[in-house]
Design a protein around this ligand. Structure first.
Ligand SMILES: Cc1cc2nc3c(=O)[nH]c(=O)nc-3n(C[C@H](O)[C@H](O)[C@H](O)COP(=O)(O)OP(=O)(O)OC[C@H]3O[C@@H](n4cnc5c(N)ncnc54)[C@H](O)[C@@H]3O)c2cc1C
Length: 385
């Protein structure tokens, strides 16, 4: 058997898990690889956060990719000499620039770029001895253990009314996104959460006319779930729940999807009050051609004209992983809940040889599973086991 550990996905989760295995579990670097199709590790994270024009993370500075929880704050102290406000507010939220520089430092410390195989895992089979994975390059790779850290970043959610191959209708999280306006335009941004608002604010900064269309009123929440989900306050009850349908409901109810933190809300409200951004509340029913442009018809009977539509409607809820995960399930009858997501043990084992992190760990780690905090929780569980 070739490797001890193969991590599938080189995003926030895959990189943190790699650091934990190398830094805390005595795994030697020659025996670990990360498979990810990106040119470099963390590519999806960088592209998505840059596209929306994110300036500061929503999460606090203790949520990062290094081993010790104080690492980012220590890094910020040195950084502070050079940059303004690398962390801000009572939760010390890091700037994206600081966070990314710290990610680079983690990648460098553990020489993770040398462990990166630039390919996609397309199918896999597992038995008691290990896992064999087929790559998009045509190679097969064998490992004693794999970690599925594939995220939901490759499955943007497209509303039914939105055509997927229109030159002026784009999802800001689509692969190879190239729909950002290059000259001054009127842009309709669809979505009511933090990404939609950030996109609208970025468009405004760049001189565009912006209309933000949300199907609900602005929802303000500092984080995307209550901080009680990070510890025993809520997680004790969650782990006692043995019905996985019920756990799914708890996760979905606890996540503040489509919400914005106070600072982002304030910036939007200011722009709306000054008539710099148009705020339109209503469900989109249809998109039609209108002269050279587009018209969005809302359920409120309002019609909005725009040169371009940018969707910031988040990610689809279906289980990520496509054929890779389907073939692994088939090879060893891996258990799934009715929502399609893995039923794993407390060490995040879906099988003695298969661990999960990110969305695939939803039913074990709860509402925070997909976030940076979830990557750290997954790291704790893997290392402890
Ligand atoms: C704009 C934005 C801002 C966010 N801000 C925060 C924040 O402030 N704080 C926070 O805690 N969370 C935040 N999140 C949520 C979350 O932390 C990020 O989405 C994070 O990128 C999730 O990491 P991941 O590793 O699960 O997924 P990704 O970053 O999407 O990485 C997964 C990787 O797996 C690869 N992959 C998928 N399938 C395969 C395959 N078959 N073979 C090989 N590789 C594969 C993908 O190409 C990708 O590179 C934010 C999310 C977004 C979109």
């Amino acid at each position: 058997m070739g490797l001890d550990w193969l991590i599938i996905g080189g995003g926030i989760h895959g990189v943190h898990i790699a650091a934990r295995l190398l830094g805390e579990s005595g795994v030697t670097s020659e025996r670990l690889r990360i498979v990810d199709p990106g040119e470099r590790l963390l590519e999806r994270w960088r592209v998505c956060t840059e596209t929306v024009g994110m300036i500061r993370l929503r999460s606090p500075s203790v949520h990062h990719l290094d081993l010790s929880s104080g690492s980012l704050n220590q890094f910020a102290t040195k950084w502070r000499r050079r940059k303004r406000a690398p962390v801000a507010g009572s939760y010390a939220r890091p700037s994206l620039e600081l966070f990314n520089a710290h990610c680079d430092a983690v990648v460098e410390t553990f020489s993770l770029s040398d462990r990166h195989i630039r390919a996609r895992a397309t199918s896999g089979a597992v038995d008691h001895a290990g896992v064999e994975v087929e790559l998009s390059s045509g190679h097969r790779i064998a490992a004693r253990n794999i970690v599925l850290a594939i995220g939901a970043g490759e499955q943007p959610y497209w509303p039914n009314w939105a055509p997927q191959s229109h030159s002026r209708v784009h999802h800001v999280f689509e692969q190879g996104f190239d729909g950002w306006p290059s000259s001054r335009e009127t842009v309709a941004v669809v979505g009511g959460g933090i990404s939609a608002v950030q996109v609208a604010l970025r468009l405004l900064r760049e001189g565009h006319q912006v209309r933000l269309v949300s199907r609900h009123a602005l929802r303000e929440h500092r984080f995307d779930s209550e901080s009680g989900w990070l510890g025993p306050k809520y997680m004790r009850g969650f782990r006692r729940e043995r019905d996985f349908d019920r756990r799914r409901t708890l996760v979905n109810e606890a996540r503040y999807t489509g919400s914005v933190p106070p600072g982002v809300r304030l910036a939007l409200c200011r722009a709306v009050d000054r008539n710099q951004i148009g705020w339109h509340e209503g469900e989109v029913e249809a998109l039609e051609a209108h002269g050279d442009g587009l018209a969005l018809r809302l359920a409120t009977a309002e019609e909005l004209l725009a040169d371009r539509v940018l969707l910031a409607t988040g990610f689809s809820a279906v289980r990520p992983g496509g054929q890779l995960v389907d073939t692994l399930i088939d090879s060893a009858a891996l258990p799934c809940a009715r929502c399609g997501y893995p039923i794993v043990d407390s060490a995040l084992r879906w099988h003695p040889r298969v661990r999960v992190s990110g969305p695939l760990a939803d039913l074990e780690l709860g509402p925070v599973a997909r976030n940076i905090a979830g990557a750290r929780r997954a790291g704790d569980r893997l290392v402890a086991a």
